[in-house]
Design a protein around this ligand. Structure first.
Ligand code: PNS
Length: 159
């Protein structure tokens, strides 16, 4: 039984995240999407809202579940018997930091990290860019799942 984790802030989940989650779910027995509840980092959506959106957009994936976490991802991996962390790599700019985190997690806890190359369709995509573009009235309908687009539009209209 190979259980992997896709960790992130997911503020909000994008089509780029969905691409990685979908492909990870095809390759492994179980995928846990772990949502970081980071009180130090300001977010547009609360951790519960982010979890709710992820549950909605992964509801048809039989081997994907969504959880919240605090603290170190390696502690989450130990507690949930996770074999590896799966991350998407968009560009060379992602590489340095991702490599550092992967090596730290392996050196300190023996937790492996598997990198998947991002689908070129989503290579430019990040939650931050989606939020910025949408906040100035840009059309992000092709960049996020439909339920996320709805919530993003509501949230930005309110703020
Ligand atoms: O979507 P993000 O914000 O790029 O995700 C980053 C995340 C949550 C995967 C990373 O910051 C993380 O694993 N944070 C948990 C804290 C931790 O384990 N830090 C040490 C990494 S070596």
């Amino acid at each position: 039984m190979i259980r992997v984790v896709c960790p992130g802030s997911f503020d909000p989940v994008t089509n780029g995240h969905m691409d990685i989650i979908t492909r990870a779910a095809r390759l492994h027995d179980e995928v846990i999407v772990a949502v970081l509840r980071n009180v130090a980092k300001s977010s547009l959506f609360t951790a519960d809202e982010r979890v709710g959106m992820l549950r909605e957009v992964t509801k048809d994936y039989a081997n994907v579940r969504v959880a919240k976490f605090d603290g170190l991802i390696v502690d989450f991996c130990r507690a949930h018997d996770v074999s590896a962390i799966v991350k998407g790599l968009r560009a060379v700019s992602d590489f340095d930091y991702e490599m550092q985190m992967a090596q730290m997690n392996y050196a300190q806890a023996g937790v492996e990290t598997l990198f998947m190359t991002t689908n070129p369709l989503y290579a430019f995509l990040s939650s931050s860019l989606v939020k910025e573009f949408a906040s100035y009235g840009g059309d992000v309908a092709s960049l996020v799942p439909e339920p996320v687009l709805r919530r993003l539009t509501e949230r930005l209209a309110r703020d």
